[in-house]
Design a protein around this ligand. Structure first.
Ligand code: SER
Length: 316
Protein backbone atom coordinates (compact mmCIF):
# COMPACT_ATOMS: atom_id res chain seq x y z
CA UNK A 1 0.00 0.00 0.00
CA UNK A 2 1.21 3.52 -0.78
CA UNK A 3 2.16 5.70 2.18
CA UNK A 4 0.04 8.79 2.83
CA UNK A 5 2.09 11.11 4.95
CA UNK A 6 0.97 13.96 7.20
CA UNK A 7 3.54 16.51 8.39
CA UNK A 8 2.52 18.54 11.43
CA UNK A 9 4.48 21.76 11.91
CA UNK A 10 5.28 21.93 8.20
CA UNK A 11 6.13 25.64 8.27
CA UNK A 12 8.89 25.19 10.84
CA UNK A 13 12.64 25.09 10.30
CA UNK A 14 12.76 21.33 9.70
CA UNK A 15 9.21 20.83 8.47
CA UNK A 16 9.53 23.17 5.52
CA UNK A 17 12.50 21.21 4.18
CA UNK A 18 11.24 17.77 5.20
CA UNK A 19 7.92 18.23 3.36
CA UNK A 20 9.80 18.74 0.09
CA UNK A 21 11.94 15.65 0.67
CA UNK A 22 8.86 13.56 1.52
CA UNK A 23 7.07 14.83 -1.59
CA UNK A 24 10.12 13.83 -3.61
CA UNK A 25 10.11 10.33 -2.11
CA UNK A 26 6.39 9.58 -1.87
CA UNK A 27 4.98 11.77 -4.65
CA UNK A 28 3.28 15.16 -4.40
CA UNK A 29 -0.16 13.58 -4.00
CA UNK A 30 0.87 11.46 -1.04
CA UNK A 31 2.08 14.17 1.33
CA UNK A 32 -0.14 16.53 3.30
CA UNK A 33 1.62 19.50 4.88
CA UNK A 34 -0.08 21.07 7.89
CA UNK A 35 0.63 23.89 10.27
CA UNK A 36 -1.22 26.19 12.64
CA UNK A 37 -0.07 29.12 10.47
CA UNK A 38 -1.69 29.18 7.08
CA UNK A 39 0.93 31.03 5.03
CA UNK A 40 3.15 28.56 3.20
CA UNK A 41 4.81 28.01 -0.14
CA UNK A 42 4.27 24.30 -0.72
CA UNK A 43 2.92 22.71 -3.83
CA UNK A 44 0.52 19.91 -2.99
CA UNK A 45 -2.00 19.54 -0.17
CA UNK A 46 -1.85 21.89 2.82
CA UNK A 47 -4.16 21.99 5.84
CA UNK A 48 -4.37 24.56 8.60
CA UNK A 49 -4.20 22.31 11.64
CA UNK A 50 -4.09 22.94 15.37
CA UNK A 51 -2.67 19.65 16.62
CA UNK A 52 -3.90 20.34 20.17
CA UNK A 53 -7.38 19.69 18.74
CA UNK A 54 -7.76 15.91 18.43
CA UNK A 55 -11.04 16.09 16.49
CA UNK A 56 -9.46 18.35 13.89
CA UNK A 57 -6.43 16.07 13.63
CA UNK A 58 -8.64 13.00 13.20
CA UNK A 59 -10.66 14.75 10.48
CA UNK A 60 -7.53 15.53 8.46
CA UNK A 61 -6.20 12.00 8.96
CA UNK A 62 -9.49 10.38 7.89
CA UNK A 63 -10.14 12.63 4.93
CA UNK A 64 -6.73 11.90 3.36
CA UNK A 65 -6.35 8.31 4.57
CA UNK A 66 -3.10 9.16 6.36
CA UNK A 67 -0.81 6.19 7.15
CA UNK A 68 2.24 8.02 8.57
CA UNK A 69 2.65 11.15 10.69
CA UNK A 70 5.78 13.29 11.08
CA UNK A 71 4.94 15.35 14.15
CA UNK A 72 7.35 18.29 14.18
CA UNK A 73 5.35 20.93 16.04
CA UNK A 74 6.66 21.99 19.45
CA UNK A 75 7.58 25.03 21.48
CA UNK A 76 11.37 24.98 21.71
CA UNK A 77 13.80 25.46 24.58
CA UNK A 78 14.19 29.24 24.81
CA UNK A 79 10.65 30.31 23.96
CA UNK A 80 9.25 27.57 26.19
CA UNK A 81 10.77 29.10 29.33
CA UNK A 82 8.55 32.21 29.04
CA UNK A 83 5.42 30.14 29.80
CA UNK A 84 6.44 26.82 31.37
CA UNK A 85 2.97 25.37 31.95
CA UNK A 86 1.66 26.37 28.53
CA UNK A 87 4.75 24.84 26.92
CA UNK A 88 4.23 21.57 28.75
CA UNK A 89 0.50 21.54 27.93
CA UNK A 90 0.99 22.26 24.25
CA UNK A 91 3.91 19.92 23.65
CA UNK A 92 2.34 17.00 25.52
CA UNK A 93 -1.21 17.52 24.23
CA UNK A 94 -0.05 17.52 20.61
CA UNK A 95 2.02 14.37 21.16
CA UNK A 96 -0.83 12.53 22.91
CA UNK A 97 -3.22 13.46 20.10
CA UNK A 98 -0.78 12.20 17.49
CA UNK A 99 -0.10 8.94 19.34
CA UNK A 100 -3.78 8.28 20.01
CA UNK A 101 -4.96 9.07 16.48
CA UNK A 102 -2.12 6.95 15.07
CA UNK A 103 -3.04 4.06 17.40
CA UNK A 104 -6.77 4.19 16.67
CA UNK A 105 -6.18 4.49 12.92
CA UNK A 106 -3.59 1.68 13.06
CA UNK A 107 -1.00 3.78 11.27
CA UNK A 108 2.18 2.31 9.84
CA UNK A 109 4.64 4.78 11.37
CA UNK A 110 5.03 7.92 13.44
CA UNK A 111 8.06 10.21 13.63
CA UNK A 112 8.50 12.19 16.84
CA UNK A 113 11.60 14.38 17.10
CA UNK A 114 13.45 14.55 20.38
CA UNK A 115 16.43 16.75 21.16
CA UNK A 116 19.77 17.14 22.92
CA UNK A 117 17.66 19.19 25.37
CA UNK A 118 16.71 15.91 27.13
CA UNK A 119 20.18 15.92 28.71
CA UNK A 120 21.09 17.92 31.78
CA UNK A 121 23.90 18.42 34.24
CA UNK A 122 24.14 14.77 35.26
CA UNK A 123 24.94 13.44 31.79
CA UNK A 124 28.58 13.29 30.64
CA UNK A 125 29.28 16.55 28.81
CA UNK A 126 31.48 15.11 26.13
CA UNK A 127 30.54 12.25 23.80
CA UNK A 128 27.25 11.87 25.69
CA UNK A 129 26.05 8.29 25.28
CA UNK A 130 22.53 7.31 24.23
CA UNK A 131 21.81 5.81 27.64
CA UNK A 132 23.02 8.82 29.67
CA UNK A 133 20.93 9.96 32.62
CA UNK A 134 18.22 12.42 31.59
CA UNK A 135 17.55 15.39 33.85
CA UNK A 136 16.53 18.20 31.52
CA UNK A 137 16.49 21.73 32.92
CA UNK A 138 14.02 23.28 30.45
CA UNK A 139 10.32 22.52 30.06
CA UNK A 140 10.96 21.79 26.39
CA UNK A 141 13.61 19.23 27.41
CA UNK A 142 11.24 17.76 29.99
CA UNK A 143 8.50 17.42 27.36
CA UNK A 144 10.91 15.67 25.00
CA UNK A 145 12.26 13.33 27.70
CA UNK A 146 8.70 12.43 28.72
CA UNK A 147 7.67 12.20 25.06
CA UNK A 148 10.41 9.65 24.41
CA UNK A 149 9.01 7.46 27.17
CA UNK A 150 5.50 7.77 25.73
CA UNK A 151 6.81 6.87 22.27
CA UNK A 152 8.36 3.74 23.71
CA UNK A 153 5.19 3.00 25.70
CA UNK A 154 3.00 3.15 22.58
CA UNK A 155 5.41 0.82 20.83
CA UNK A 156 5.57 -1.70 23.67
CA UNK A 157 1.91 -1.53 24.67
CA UNK A 158 0.20 -1.13 21.29
CA UNK A 159 2.86 -2.03 18.74
CA UNK A 160 2.75 1.47 17.22
CA UNK A 161 5.92 1.98 15.17
CA UNK A 162 7.06 5.30 16.63
CA UNK A 163 10.63 6.34 15.79
CA UNK A 164 12.62 9.23 17.20
CA UNK A 165 15.91 11.12 16.94
CA UNK A 166 17.54 13.47 19.40
CA UNK A 167 18.40 16.29 17.01
CA UNK A 168 21.29 18.58 17.78
CA UNK A 169 20.94 22.25 16.71
CA UNK A 170 19.98 22.25 13.04
CA UNK A 171 21.76 24.63 10.64
CA UNK A 172 20.26 25.24 7.21
CA UNK A 173 19.99 27.97 4.59
CA UNK A 174 16.47 26.96 3.53
CA UNK A 175 14.56 28.15 6.61
CA UNK A 176 14.84 30.02 9.89
CA UNK A 177 14.60 28.44 13.33
CA UNK A 178 12.38 29.95 16.02
CA UNK A 179 12.54 29.94 19.80
CA UNK A 180 15.56 27.68 20.25
CA UNK A 181 18.90 28.01 22.02
CA UNK A 182 20.86 26.88 18.98
CA UNK A 183 19.18 29.45 16.69
CA UNK A 184 22.23 31.72 16.80
CA UNK A 185 24.07 29.27 14.55
CA UNK A 186 21.72 30.08 11.67
CA UNK A 187 21.32 33.83 12.28
CA UNK A 188 25.08 34.31 12.33
CA UNK A 189 25.33 33.34 8.65
CA UNK A 190 22.59 35.75 7.57
CA UNK A 191 24.42 38.60 9.31
CA UNK A 192 27.75 37.60 7.79
CA UNK A 193 26.38 37.52 4.24
CA UNK A 194 24.54 40.82 4.76
CA UNK A 195 27.86 42.19 6.10
CA UNK A 196 26.23 43.31 9.33
CA UNK A 197 27.43 42.95 12.91
CA UNK A 198 26.19 39.89 14.78
CA UNK A 199 25.19 40.06 18.43
CA UNK A 200 25.55 36.57 19.89
CA UNK A 201 23.36 35.52 22.82
CA UNK A 202 25.82 32.77 23.81
CA UNK A 203 29.40 33.09 25.04
CA UNK A 204 32.08 32.63 22.42
CA UNK A 205 33.29 29.29 23.82
CA UNK A 206 29.89 27.58 24.22
CA UNK A 207 30.36 24.36 22.29
CA UNK A 208 27.15 22.60 21.29
CA UNK A 209 26.28 19.65 19.07
CA UNK A 210 25.02 20.82 15.67
CA UNK A 211 23.96 19.22 12.43
CA UNK A 212 23.59 20.51 8.87
CA UNK A 213 20.04 20.46 7.52
CA UNK A 214 20.86 18.02 4.72
CA UNK A 215 22.32 15.57 7.24
CA UNK A 216 19.32 16.03 9.57
CA UNK A 217 16.86 15.31 6.76
CA UNK A 218 18.85 12.32 5.53
CA UNK A 219 19.04 10.92 9.08
CA UNK A 220 15.27 11.26 9.41
CA UNK A 221 14.68 9.45 6.12
CA UNK A 222 17.20 6.72 6.94
CA UNK A 223 15.64 6.13 10.35
CA UNK A 224 12.10 6.06 8.97
CA UNK A 225 12.97 3.80 6.04
CA UNK A 226 15.06 1.32 8.04
CA UNK A 227 13.52 -2.14 8.48
CA UNK A 228 11.47 -2.33 11.68
CA UNK A 229 13.66 -5.07 13.13
CA UNK A 230 16.70 -2.77 12.98
CA UNK A 231 15.13 -0.14 15.24
CA UNK A 232 16.41 -1.28 18.62
CA UNK A 233 15.90 1.98 20.51
CA UNK A 234 12.30 3.00 20.97
CA UNK A 235 12.86 6.07 23.12
CA UNK A 236 15.10 8.11 20.76
CA UNK A 237 18.43 7.76 18.99
CA UNK A 238 21.30 10.15 19.71
CA UNK A 239 22.25 11.91 16.49
CA UNK A 240 25.54 13.71 15.95
CA UNK A 241 26.72 15.99 13.18
CA UNK A 242 29.58 18.21 14.27
CA UNK A 243 30.23 20.13 17.51
CA UNK A 244 31.44 23.72 17.65
CA UNK A 245 31.18 27.05 19.45
CA UNK A 246 30.35 30.57 18.21
CA UNK A 247 34.07 31.42 18.04
CA UNK A 248 34.71 28.34 15.90
CA UNK A 249 32.02 29.47 13.42
CA UNK A 250 33.33 33.04 13.44
CA UNK A 251 36.85 31.83 12.66
CA UNK A 252 35.55 29.93 9.62
CA UNK A 253 33.29 32.77 8.47
CA UNK A 254 36.22 35.22 8.58
CA UNK A 255 37.94 33.16 5.88
CA UNK A 256 35.19 34.56 3.62
CA UNK A 257 34.42 37.83 5.42
CA UNK A 258 37.63 38.92 7.25
CA UNK A 259 35.89 42.03 8.68
CA UNK A 260 32.91 40.15 10.15
CA UNK A 261 32.08 41.80 13.49
CA UNK A 262 30.67 39.88 16.45
CA UNK A 263 29.65 41.10 19.87
CA UNK A 264 28.92 38.64 22.70
CA UNK A 265 25.96 39.47 24.93
CA UNK A 266 24.98 36.22 26.61
CA UNK A 267 21.44 36.12 28.02
CA UNK A 268 19.27 33.44 29.67
CA UNK A 269 19.93 31.13 26.73
CA UNK A 270 23.54 30.83 27.90
CA UNK A 271 22.27 29.08 31.06
CA UNK A 272 20.25 26.67 28.94
CA UNK A 273 23.20 25.88 26.67
CA UNK A 274 25.53 25.46 29.65
CA UNK A 275 23.57 22.36 30.75
CA UNK A 276 23.54 20.67 27.35
CA UNK A 277 26.20 18.25 26.08
CA UNK A 278 29.15 19.56 24.12
CA UNK A 279 29.20 16.54 21.86
CA UNK A 280 27.05 13.49 21.27
CA UNK A 281 27.85 9.82 20.85
CA UNK A 282 25.68 8.34 18.11
CA UNK A 283 27.20 4.84 17.95
CA UNK A 284 23.76 3.18 18.25
CA UNK A 285 22.40 5.06 15.23
CA UNK A 286 25.53 4.07 13.28
CA UNK A 287 25.24 0.44 14.36
CA UNK A 288 21.46 -0.06 14.00
CA UNK A 289 20.69 1.82 10.78
CA UNK A 290 24.05 2.94 9.42
CA UNK A 291 24.05 6.65 10.34
CA UNK A 292 27.08 8.68 9.23
CA UNK A 293 27.13 12.50 9.05
CA UNK A 294 28.66 14.13 5.99
CA UNK A 295 28.99 17.81 6.91
CA UNK A 296 31.72 19.15 9.19
CA UNK A 297 32.08 22.80 10.24
CA UNK A 298 34.16 23.76 7.21
CA UNK A 299 31.63 22.41 4.70
CA UNK A 300 28.69 23.79 6.69
CA UNK A 301 30.19 27.29 6.63
CA UNK A 302 31.13 27.31 2.95
CA UNK A 303 27.74 25.87 1.92
CA UNK A 304 25.75 28.27 4.11
CA UNK A 305 27.62 31.29 2.73
CA UNK A 306 27.33 30.15 -0.88
CA UNK A 307 23.57 29.41 -0.64
CA UNK A 308 22.67 32.52 1.36
CA UNK A 309 24.60 34.72 -1.04
CA UNK A 310 22.44 33.33 -3.85
CA UNK A 311 19.30 34.09 -1.81
CA UNK A 312 20.33 37.63 -0.97
CA UNK A 313 21.49 38.60 -4.45
CA UNK A 314 18.55 40.44 -6.05
CA UNK A 315 17.10 38.37 -8.90
CA UNK A 316 17.67 39.93 -12.36
N1 SER B 1 17.35 23.46 18.60
C1 SER B 1 16.60 23.18 19.78
C2 SER B 1 16.59 24.32 20.71
O1 SER B 1 17.54 25.06 20.71
C3 SER B 1 17.17 21.99 20.47
O2 SER B 1 16.41 20.90 20.18
O3 SER B 1 15.68 24.45 21.46
Amino acid sequence: MKAKVLVIGANGQLGSVLVKELQHRHGLDNVVASDINKSHNFHGAFEVLDATDKTQLLEVVESYGITQIYHLAAILSAKGEANPLTTWDLNMKMLFNVLEVARVQEMDKVFFPSSIAVFGEDAPWVNTPNKAYLNPATVYGMSKAAGEQWAQYYFLRYGLDVRSLRYPGVIGYQSLPGGGTTDYAVEIFHKAVLEEEFVCFLNEDTTLPMIFMDDAIRATMELMEAPKRDIKIRTAYNLAGSSFSPEDIVREIRKFYPDFMVKYEPDFRQDIAAKWPKSINDDEAALDWGWKPEYDLEIIVSTMIEKLKEQYVPQQ
